[in-house]
Design a protein around this ligand. Structure first.
Ligand SMILES: Nc1ncnc2c1ncn2[C@@H]1O[C@H](COP(=O)(O)OP(=O)(O)OP(=O)(O)O)[C@@H](O)[C@H]1O
Ligand SMILES: [Mg+2]
Length: 259
């Protein structure tokens, strides 16, 4: 079951009174099931804030966020459970792992949480171990990675583990926030190919936040452009890249180093 994620006139304001700053300003945008939607825009335009709002790391001051027909914004009863169908993967996966837990334990936690959410019986430890091995295999990591600590992995390996853990949650949507920016160029390609392969196999949709428009062009079905908290353009990747409607988008594209 892969649901549509829709942002409906979402605004996020940080701070209060004279120091209030609107980072996301009335954004309406939907991620169709199974699509990869690129989200681009200059630094500070509100991309991460929009994604964070969908997983409860930022609270919308206005508007709502829905997964299918269920509102997942605002801390409503049940919202927390449904929100777990939306998984975010960050630029620096180091900070997202408990440094005292093995990789296996971290993935196991996500697996068990998914069963609690779905009201399905949690498989026994042995069956979960097998599933963890499958997940590690899916992201092309050896099975003994389960026994390692986060600090014992390379950045690229950690990013693969972050994807494995996100997938363990059986997500409808993955929010990928600059997931390859901290990686070596050769590893970037591997992680991107992996994301695409998993997306095709499992059918989740991806909000792909990136500064790298060359990568966005290759990976994304559609592209959305943000500026100063507002959504200023959205369309098929090819149309936006070849015939941008906005001057701002044109400038973003012009700044891309040639492949
Ligand atoms: N916790 C916070 N408190 C106050 N202001 C914040 C907070 N987080 C972000 N902001 C501000 O909100 C604006 C949008 O930030 P956001 O991180 O969403 O931008 P971004 O588009 O993801 O930028 P980048 O491409 O650099 O990651 C920025 O001006 C930022 O300084
Ligand atoms: Mg950001």
């Amino acid at each position: 079951m892969n649901d549509r994620l829709s942002f409906d006139s979402v605004s996020v304001t940080y701070g209060h009174g004279s120091s209030a700053f609107t980072a996301v300003d009335s954004v309406s945008l939907a991620l169709e099931p199974g699509e990869i939607l690129g989200l681009v825009g200059e630094s500070g335009s509100g991309k991460s804030t929009l994604a964070r709002a969908a997983v409860g790391l930022a609270e919308p001051t206005n508007g709502s966020i829905l997964l299918g027909d269920t509102e997942i914004s605002h801390a409503k009863r049940g919202a927390l459970r449904d929100r777990r169908r939306v998984q975010m993967v960050f630029q620096d996966p180091q900070s997202c792992f408990n440094p005292r837990r093995t990789i296996g334990q971290s993935i196991d936690e996500a697996l068990q949480a998914a069963h609690r959410r779905d009201g399905t019986a949690t498989p026994n430890a042995r069956a979960r171990k097998a599933e963890i091995q499958n997940l590690l295999g899916a992201v092309a990591l050896p099975g003994d990675t389960a026994l390692r600590m986060p600090a014992q992995l390379s950045g690229g390996q950690r990013q693969r583990v972050a994807l494995a853990r996100a997938i363990a949650a059986k997500p409808s949507v993955i929010l990928a926030d600059e997931i390859t920016s901290a990686l070596d160029v050769s590893v970037q390609g591997a992680v991107l190919n992996l994301l695409r392969a998993l997306q095709r196999e499992l059918g989740f949709s991806v909000l792909f936040i990136s500064h790298n428009l060359a990568v966005v062009r290759i990976v994304c079905d559609r592209v959305a452009v943000m500026r100063h908290g507002k959504l200023i353009e959205v369309g098929d990747t090819v149309s936006v890249m070849e015939q941008p409607a906005q001057e701002y988008t044109r400038d973003l594209i012009a700044a891309v180093p040639t492949l």
